[in-house]
Design a protein. Structure first.
Length: 482
């Protein structure tokens, strides 16, 4: 894949800028039709795209076909929500001359698109977090033109996916320039600095994400940068849970941290077990049975090898099992003594069992963590008093708190939150998965005492689009009486 030339980048930026007004002004139902057309085109091209992805990423066919379905499913989800109206968050407060302490004007608030969005594609999900991933879907849904900086790990797939999406949008009637693709690291940086880009999304490493975030917020006109960086996703297990289902927990943990060759951002990086748990042999046997599998690309493989070598040299970390996956072991006391060395993410099939001695050490372990995408507690009903103590601590450190589950697998839904405090993301108030991911690429505007004839249709008294709106505090699809 050759880098985008300066002339090609200028063409992409100019086209996105020209498309922004028409794309943002399109009626929600019309934009929904454009997005469904993209989903249909991607589904129709799955037999072409999946073999390319297999060749470039070494991921298995069932996983990749599932990713295609996930990507097209979330596009259709956004289309449904567009027609229903929730993405606009329309709020209308009609004028009230009797309001206290002062009369209230007629106020009508709606979310509008920011403008052209730059998306840095991820390597580990070549569909779901790449060219046709959640960042692209959510930005398009709210009316933002999208320019994707392709990931070098799957160049042919990126180009073909983008061309299918562009063709589908154009055939459906979307403005030219609604979607584009650029390639090259330096090209991505140049685009991020361009004043026509109004926001950016990123999924990748902590160093790269921090560097790009610094560029975004120190521009002459700073822009929001939504970066998903790194996460350890700790799992904490109580003694009662070990007693009730220790073997089930051990097998579930190994299955989770080795899923996708450990290349999930939600991989459980540490498992906290009480001293005397008795699960060592089962854990070692389960890890020993994991077959070696190719990683996404040579760069990630080299990074994993370097990270694993670093961990194996940390004093207090002991190798319990190695081969297709690696399991290390330490204690809470040793973890706290070498916190920075041990709590550094290693992307790939490795995880650490940490043994704690008593509730005080368990609490200390929870408090040792910075921000994470997820935190998991395996406990029993008899652990309710302990859970009430731990859940606020976990909540302070994670965007998704799981009870008796495993963090790998992120459902695309209304209630999902895929984000968390730094360093898991640089925008903990937003999610990159689910309906509210679209909120990242919108800003609110309130119209005061504006004549009905000149208001956007979604704010008009008659509500011609029939969307859901909050009028004087009540959610309704009805008309407004002034």
């Amino acid at each position: 894949m050759t880098d985008t030339t300066p002339a090609q980048l200028e063409q992409a930026l100019a086209a996105a800028t020209a498309a922004a007004p028409a794309l943002g002004a399109a009626e929600p139902a019309v934009r929904a039709g454009w997005i469904r057309a993209v989903a249909d085109a991607l589904d129709a091209a799955a037999d072409e795209l999946v073999p390319i992805a297999i060749r470039e990423t070494s991921l298995p066919e069932p996983r990749l076909r599932g990713e295609v379905a996930r990507s097209t499913g979330q596009l259709r989800m956004f289309a449904d929500v567009l027609e229903e109206g929730s993405l606009l968050e329309v709020v209308i407060d009609t004028a009230d001359a009797q309001a206290k302490p002062v009369p209230r004007p007629d106020l009508r608030r709606v979310l509008v698109p920011l403008g052209p969005v730059l998306v840095f594609a991820a390597s580990n999900f070549p569909f779901a977090f790449s060219v046709c991933g959640g960042d692209s879907a959510s930005a398009l849904a709210v009316g933002c033109p999208v320019i994707v900086k392709a990931h070098p790990g799957h160049p042919e797939l990126s180009e073909r996916t983008a061309s299918i999406m562009i063709e589908a949008l154009q055939a459906a009637g979307a403005p030219a320039g609604s979607f584009g693709l650029i390639t090259g690291f330096d090209v991505g940086v140049t685009a991020l600095k361009d004043p026509r880009i109004t926001a950016a999304g990123f999924t990748g490493s902590v160093p790269a994400g921090k560097a790009l975030h610094e560029i975004a917020v120190t521009r002459p006109e700073p822009i929001p940068f939504y970066g998903e960086l790194g996460s350890l996703n700790p799992v904490f297990v109580t003694q009662a849970a070990v007693d009730a289902r220790g073997k089930e927990i051990a097998s579930g943990y190994v299955g989770s941290f080795t899923l996708g060759v450990g290349q999930f951002c939600t991989k459980p990086g540490l498992l906290f077990l009480p001293v005397g748990h008795g699960l060592r042999e089962q854990l070692i046997e389960a890890v020993g049975g994991v077959a070696e599998a190719p990683m996404l690309n040579d760069r990630i493989k080299q990074g994993f090898s370097s990270g694993l070598d670093r961990l194996e040299k940390v004093e207090g970390l002991r190798v319990w099992s190695s081969g297709g996956a690696t399991l290390l072991q330490t204690s809470v006391r040793e973890l706290l003594a070498r916190r920075d060395e041990i709590l550094e993410e290693c992307f790939g099939p490795v995880s650490i069992v940490v043994e704690y001695d008593g509730i005080e050490q368990l609490v200390q372990a929870v408090e040792a963590f910075e921000g994470n995408l997820t935190a998991t507690l395996h406990a029993e009903q008899t652990d309710a008093p302990l859970a009430r103590e731990l859940l606020p601590l976990l909540t302070a450190r994670a965007g998704r708190v799981l009870w008796n589950g495993w963090p790998t697998g992120v459902a695309v839904s209304w209630a999902q939150h895929h984000g968390g405090p730094f360093p898991s993301t640089v925008g903990s108030i937003h999610t990159s998965v689910g309906v509210t991911a679209a909120r990242r690429f919108q800003r609110p505007v309130a119209y005061q005492d504006t004549p009905d004839a000149v208001l956007p249709d979604v704010l008009k008294d008659s509500n011609p689009a029939g969307i859901s709106r909050r009028v004087n505090g009540t959610v309704t699809t009805g008309e407004v009486s002034r």
